[in-house]
Write a protein that binds this ligand. Sequence first.
Ligand code: SF4
Ligand code: SF4
Length: 135
Amino acid sequence: MKFTFIPELFRQLFSKPYTNLFPVKYAPVSIKETLEKVEKGEIKITPPVEIPDKETFRGKIQYDREKCIGCRLCIKVCPAKAIEFKEEEKKIRIYVGRCIFCGQCVEICPKNALSQGEEFLMADTNKVNENWIVE
Ligand code: SF4
Ligand code: SF4
């Protein structure tokens, strides 16, 4: 049996964790209580870990409508059916709430009109949140 995993094992044992205690270090029992304590300033939100590689990170979809030629290829490849065609303008609308951040639309776009940014903290209870519509 080969023990080629041993160097990696030691590396992992002595390296810092890749995640952190997010959103707070020691959370009270309920989220409601946590949020109340944050509002009162009794506990602080831990900042999320730094994005490791900004070039390849798959965050919120970005759309440059000036570059878009309305070819609809992104709509064809989107597995989540998150993109809609705006017939009158020949442009698209992306519903981020449906997006699974797969990056297929980014890859297929012939005009580089789509990309994925660094934003990933988008949780919201409002389903019609403006932040979830990109157009
Ligand atoms: S990243 Fe994937 S799921 Fe999101 S809009 Fe593009 S193709 Fe659809
Ligand atoms: S693939 Fe690119 S150019 Fe074509 S409709 Fe989508 S965003 Fe526009």
